[in-house]
Ligand binder design. Structure first.
Ligand code: NAP
Length: 325
């Protein structure tokens, strides 16, 4: 089968097109003939060695396609059936991937007519957006939210869900001011650049600060945004795009009555597979019924490096998906 492989950590040109044996599913697993593979910032971080997941590896944490084979003990999935799946052990940038059956959702019921392009765009970002707001930040009606990377794959979904859950205002902070109009169109109330935050958030919140900060950037931005959290506010750390983690003195949280928590889809999919699978089903249904706007740009698998460059150079908006076959 054709696949894209990372043989050594480095810039996007380490993504190498290779021919490999087709993998077979083991117990509890399913093999999927991949139609589309979603592109995630995590794959950029793995490729550049920010987290050393091992080489060689095939990137790709989510796919859509059809079931090619099922392993022993798998029920509820039939060969030839259309599915969307989390492939959190990687492998999505390939013609066939093996993943856990309980991370795989059939495209049935309300999701029957969901396009394979959209189906590959949802498995990571939509469950994460739901989990950030509901499970980690525990958003309550009337609260305010500040989101980093508001125009990206996750950020585009978070604004829509936060509004639906009753947030009184949703703000974004972007390092790319040219994305402001796009983000406003997704439902953000105001978009700031990092240097506008210190004045802009107190101004927008009557001096109170925001109730929830969802941060995937880290570094100095995280530190300064934390200062803008209201008392009893919650910061959820769910990424480190700047590759610059920040230590926090516990006593400062005590003194300010603020909370910092974290959210990791991969860890939860292992520890709480039923929760994540339910979120995946919900993501497929709400998108199929038109209740969630997901903007997708399609590229061929041969342009996987270009897709990584777009995310890494901060020039993209919405979600990028690779057409595999
Ligand atoms: N914890 C989890 O389970 C989980 C799951 C999925 C995603 N994530 C995280 O969520 C974030 C968004 O993921 P995504 O796949 O949807 O990507 P994305 O938002 O489409 O693209 C990444 C965005 O991060 C910002 N960025 C990129 N490089 C940066 C740098 N060096 N310094 C500062 N900002 C940078 C840019 O936004 P601006 O141009 O607007 O600044 C860029 O558009 C990522 O950090 C990812 O790791 C976490």
């Amino acid at each position: 089968m054709k696949a894209v492989q990372v043989n050594e950590y480095g810039p996007s040109d380490v993504l190498t097109h290779v021919e490999l044996d087709t993998p077979r599913p083991g117990p509890g697993e399913v093999a999927i003939d991949v139609e589309y593979a979603g592109v995630n910032f995590a794959e950029v971080m793995f490729r550049r060695g920010q987290f050393k997941i091992g080489v060689p590896h095939i990137p790709g944490l989510e796919v859509s396609g059809t079931v090619a084979a099922v392993g022993p003990g798998v029920t509820g999935l039939t060969i030839g059936g259309r599915v969307a799946a989390l492939t959190l052990a990687g492998g999505g940038y390939a013609e066939t991937v093996v993943t856990r059956a309980d991370w795989t959702a059939p495209l049935d019921g309300p999701a029957t007519d969901l396009s394979p392009l959209l189906a590959a765009a949802l498995p990571c970002n939509v469950p994460v957006a739901m989990g950030l707001l509901e499970d980690a930040a525990r958003l309550r009606v009337g609260e305010t939210v500040l989101v980093t990377a508001p125009a990206g794959g996750v950020g585009a979904i978070v604004a829509q869900l936060a509004r639906r859950m009753g947030a009184s205002a949703v703000y974004g902070v972007t390092g790319s001011p040219d994305k402001t109009d796009y983000a406003l169109g997704l439902g953000y109330d105001r978009i700031f650049t990092p240097d506008q935050l210190a004045e802009g958030i107190p101004d927008a919140t009557d001096g109170l600060g925001v109730d929830i900060l969802l941060d995937s950037i880290g570094g100095p931005l995280r530190a300064s945004a934390l200062d803008l959290l209201a008392p009893l506010g919650r910061c959820v750390i769910f990424g480190d795009a700047s590759d610059h983690d920040t230590p926090f003195p516990g006593n400062s949280l005590w003194a300010s009555s603020k909370s910092i928590t974290g959210y990791n889809l991969g860890a939860l999919a292992h520890a709480r597979p039923t929760l994540i699978r339910d979120r995946l089903h919900h993501a497929l249904t709400t998108t199929a019924t038109g209740d969630l706007r997901v903007d997708v740009t399609e590229l061929p698998l041969t342009e996987a490096a270009k897709a990584h460059d777009i995310l890494e150079s901060r020039t993209g908006t919405g979600k990028y998906v690779l057409r595999v076959r």
